[in-house]
Design a protein around this ligand. Structure first.
Ligand code: NDP
Length: 480
């Protein structure tokens, strides 16, 4: 059985404890590899290596850093098949999705930030003829990067690449539930010639490795993507230490369908936005609000389109949904479907666990669930489920739907469908959300600011926002 290793100071090493955690293939429910059960000692070694590497990496010219990042991007592309297969086994997502989204995006993250760093400049402000201000942006030191399990390599690289591109060094922890592609990335970094200590990856539990990273006095900056509750814990630890902090947290995203939409587009896009990656994308739209006079026709077409969302073996390309990432998460989703019934919801379709014939019969699979007849403020409509579960709710006016949409504690993303441009602008501006997609979903331009409002997060990543986050700004004022 494969034993995953930590990546510290350029070497693949066993954890100090020599203990391992079982790593499951969710599509079969069996253990297929072992994850280092690392602790504070491993984090301390990683921080020492990162501090040492910072002395040279922070002054390495940007074109040289860029060259190495582009080499890693190339090697990810070259190893696409193997990485996609690893992601599918680890996470349960369909292989076609890992091949077309997760791994290409991880490679693109290296290319995007690896070229972006060549264009990152700072502002200057002339005070007529008396003085000149300019902004100096310098790397901060050792950055702590912690990522979740839903888009493992994609989100892991989304953090670590801008951090090292601007000259920081990194101590990172991928989710203990999906560590495999981060391990494979370490091998790629060695092959690409990334200097030892620039990227260090410590595997293990959040409450051990994650908290050792966030509490470490020599890590002044933390970038975290994960659940809101964990974000709260991290904020409590880091605030009194005055660490720079970026939090990308949970969501309960509204999807608003106005009667004047292009119905065909709205239905197809809404099905994708509801169930892609088993609904385990923080940007999925899980509360669909439909204008009353098209409610029945939308519902009928939405139910029909969902029939195409076949669930089963993630290695079979005809399946659109794979396995739920872990037994714990599978149980959580089923409990929420049960709660929805208790709250008076009517299950229009799906919501049951599935046991596909053959090698996946003991895996964790759930049919996409469509639920109606629930009030907008019930728990099912307020709490993040993070699975293939959506609710349908009719509305009559813009004011009413804005009240529904903005009623949760979250504010990550929103979708809206209308062919009326004025309405699109008006409603988009009033949605309490970091991202609004109009007549589309998951259309991503990496240059745009990415992040949420309310309890969906703090700060923005993406584009030059990420470079700004990972650097310290200093204003220098020179009087003539
Ligand atoms: P968690 O918050 O449980 O975990 C995220 C990461 O934090 C994991 O690596 C985890 O380790 C680690 N962790 C757990 N406890 C601590 C701690 N005390 N200190 C430091 N690190 C810790 O989230 P999930 O992995 O369950 O991911 C799903 C969540 O992520 C959803 O809420 C989803 O909305 C959100 N998300 C947000 C995105 C965004 O961009 N806003 C994007 C993608 C997901 P371990 O695995 O060992 O627990």
């Amino acid at each position: 059985m494969v034993k995953i290793k930590n990546f510290i100071n350029g070497e693949l090493v066993a954890p100090e404890s020599n203990e391992y955690i079982d790593n499951y293939d969710p599509s079969t429910g069996t253990v297929y590899s072992l994850i280092p059960d690392s602790d504070e000692r491993d984090v301390n070694f990683a921080v020492e290596a990162a501090k040492k590497a910072f002395r040279t990496w922070s002054v390495t010219p940007a074109p040289h850093r860029s060259k190495i990042l582009l080499k890693i991007s190339e090697l990810i592309e070259k190893n696409l098949e193997a990485l996609a297969k690893a992601e599918t086994i680890d996470n349960g997502k369909p292989l076609w999705l890992a091949k077309s989204v997760d791994i290409p995006r991880a490679s693109e993250n290296f290319r995007f930030y690896g070229t972006g760093i060549l264009h990152f400049a700072s502002e200057s402000h002339a005070m007529e003829d008396s003085a000149l201000n300019y902004t100096l942006r310098t790397p901060i030191g050792v950055a702590g990067c912690i990522s979740p399990w839903n888009l493992p390599l994609y989100l892991f690289t989304w953090k670590i690449v801008p951090a090292i591109a601007v000259g920081n060094t990194v101590v990172a922890k991928p989710s203990e539930i999906t560590p495999m592609t981060a391990f494979l990335l370490a091998e790629i970094c060695i092959e690409a010639g990334l200097p030892p200590g620039v990227l260090n990856i410590v595997h293990g539990y959040g409450h051990k490795v994650g908290s050792a990273i966030t509490a470490h006095p020599d890590i002044p900056i933390i970038s975290f993507t994960g659940g809101t509750k964990t974000g709260e814990t991290i904020a409590k630890t880091t605030a009194p230490m005055f660490k720079k902090l970026s939090l990308e947290l949970g969501g309960k995203n509204p999807n608003i369908v106005f009667a004047d939409c292009d119905l065909y587009k709205a239905v197809r896009t809404s099905v994708r936005a509801s169930f892609t990656n088993q609904g385990e994308i923080c940007l999925c739209g899980s509360r669909i609000f439909i204008e009353k006079n098209i409610y029945e026709i939308f519902k009928e077409k939405f139910l029909k389109e969902t029939e195409k969302m076949i669930v089963g073996d993630p290695f079979d390309d005809k399946n659109k949904l794979g396995a739920i990432v872990s037994k714990q998460h599978y149980d959580k989703i089923l409990q929420y479907i049960h709660l929805a019934k208790e709250e008076g919801g009517m299950i229009l379709k799906g919501g049951k666990s599935i046991h596909p014939e053959g090698r996946c019969s003991n895996g964790w699979f759930i049919e996409p669930a469509i639920i109606e007849n629930l009030p907008f403020d019930c728990r099912t409509n307020q709490e993040e489920i993070f699975g293939p579960v959506v609710t349908l709710t009719p509305f009559e006016t813009e004011e009413e739907v804005l009240l529904y949409a903005n009623s949760t504690k979250y504010g990550l993303a929103a979708l809206l469908f209308t062919e009326n441009l004025n309405k699109a602008h008006r409603v988009a501006a009033k949605l309490q959300s970091g991202i609004v997609w109009v007549n589309c979903w998951l259309l991503r331009d990496l240059r745009t600011p990415f992040g949420g409002v309310k309890r969906s997060g703090m700060g923005r990543e993406g584009g030059f926002e990420a470079f700004k986050f990972f650097t310290e700004e200093k204003n220098i004022c020179i009087k003539f």
